[in-house]
Design a binder for this molecule. Structure first.
Ligand code: HEM
Length: 401
């Protein structure tokens, strides 16, 4: 896991690595992809922008299908059913097509008034209380309420969905080869049963929501198996909330630590879209993804054997000086459409237009509402949630007066 002699260290299961992986990325960015020993298995660590994008564009030689044991599969979230995230074309293409119309930028723009209404309501409550805890008061609630509404389940139950998804995401950090803890499996079963019941309801009482659309696709042309249907809904719930929550949290932290940039954004709200891209580049919610080589291949001068597990460090690539000058500087005036915070290639995040809109509304409305917003204590230690792959704060207190 570590090669001290070369200053290289990669261990997502180490809390201090998780709390601040960026100094480790600097060393990893200096050189070709490295093969390390990860719990007895060889793994290739890929960090440079050119290498990361080369792999993500090559789905034929770098597969997203996970190699999991029957035991893990039986206790896992998707029970072995294909999902678009963990499959390759043509299966991924078939599944993605079923919802692609619901996530187009035009469809998402139509949701703007409702998203603004939810944000306004949440900020009204903050104003009443006189203090802001960014995660609990805003970032945890908004994305899960929006995705719940899209799925057609009551947004008032968002706290339950959030609790479930937090526990499940933290459980994803289980060391490879170790069984998933029982309490996580219990929550997975609750979540799956809840959505299985919602799916059953839609069979007789369809509505204008995403679950109904997926049920119709399942019934009409057998575009999906029953297991795929439930896995699809669970994936949308989880992917649609944990990530955007962390865009809002990590973005507000970056602004709090760079008051000049916060002031600039306040004075020039038209910089909003650029600021969101810079937040995604600077401290992205998804730090890494993985692929398995289906053939022997060379990337950036490193020979990768067939079957090798590759860790693709998106957040490191977003700090590659060869692609982003002065990469550790947070600068909302940068033009950074080419970051890889949403991935690249066929799996490029389907929810990107929604995440961008939610982030812009949540952060824009907060700055507009609280002209004196600042970090309570810029040097206070921060704690991060359990998962390395999804980077997000437990809490973030800011002063509004
Ligand atoms: C800031 C917020 C978000 C970030 C940083 C993010 C990041 C990503 C990344 C990096 C991938 C590609 C993973 C890979 O290639 O292995 C991805 C895929 C995906 N994302 Fe997001 N995401 C965000 C928000 C959302 C939202 C709001 C939704 C849905 C409502 C969503 C749904 C998905 C789905 C379904 C996939 C799989 C797409 C495919 O495999 O074809 N994401 N996301």
């Amino acid at each position: 896991m570590e090669a001290q002699s070369t200053g290289i260290y990669f261990n997502p299961w180490d809390k201090s690595f998780r709390d601040n992986p960026y100094p480790y990325y600097r060393a990893l960015l200096d050189g070709s992809p490295r093969t390390i020993d990860l719990f007895g298995q060889p793994a290739v660590i890929v960090t440079r922008y050119a290498d990361v994008t080369a792999i993500l564009r090559d789905w034929a030689r770098f597969s997203s299908v996970q190699q999991i044991s029957p035991e893990v599969r039986q206790r896992g979230l998707f029970r072995g059913a294909a999902t678009m995230l963990f499959s390759d074309p043509p299966v991924q293409t078939r599944l993605r097509r079923l919802v692609s119309r619901d996530f187009t930028p035009r469809r998402i723009r139509e949701m703007e008034p409702r998203i603004r209404e939810i944000a306004t309501h949440l900020l009204d409550e903050v104003e009443g209380r006189g203090s802001l805890e960014v995660m609990a008061d805003l970032a945890n609630a908004l994305p899960v309420m929006v995705i719940a509404e899209m799925l057609g389940v009551p947004p008032e139950q968002y706290q339950t969905f959030k609790e479930w998804s937090d526990i499940i995401i933290a459980g994803e950090n289980t060391i490879p080869g170790q069984p998933m803890p029982d309490d996580v499996v219990k929550i997975i079963n609750q979540l799956r049963s809840y959505f299985a019941r919602e799916i059953e309801k839609r069979r007789t009482q369809p509505g204008p929501d995403l679950i109904s659309a997926l049920v119709a696709a399942h019934v009409d042309n057998e575009a999906m198996s029953a297991e795929e249907l439930i896995a699809f809904v669970v994936l949308l719930l989880l992917a649609g909330n944990e990530t955007t929550t962390n865009l809002i949290g990590n973005g507000m932290l970056a602004l709090g630590r760079h008051p000049d940039q916060m002031e600039l954004l306040r004075r020039s709200p038209e910089l909003g879209p650029r600021a969101i891209e810079e937040m995604l580049r600077y401290d992205g919610p998804v730090q890494a993804t993985s692929r398995r080589a289906t053939a022997a291949v060379e990337i950036g001068g490193t020979a990768i054997p067939a079957g090798a597990e590759c860790f693709i460090l998106l957040a490191a690539a977003n700090h590659d000086p060869a692609q982003f000058p002065d990469p550790d500087r947070f600068d909302i005036t940068r033009e950074v459409r080419d970051h890889v915070a949403f991935g690249e290639g066929v799996h490029y995040c389907i929810g990107a237009p929604l995440a961008r809109l939610e982030g812009a509304i949540a952060i824009g409305e907060t700055l507009r509402r609280f002209p004196k917003l600042h970090l309570s204590d810029p040097s206070a230690p921060l704690t991060y949630k359990g998962s390395y792959f999804l980077r997000g704060l437990d809490s973030l207190r800011m002063e509004i007066r």
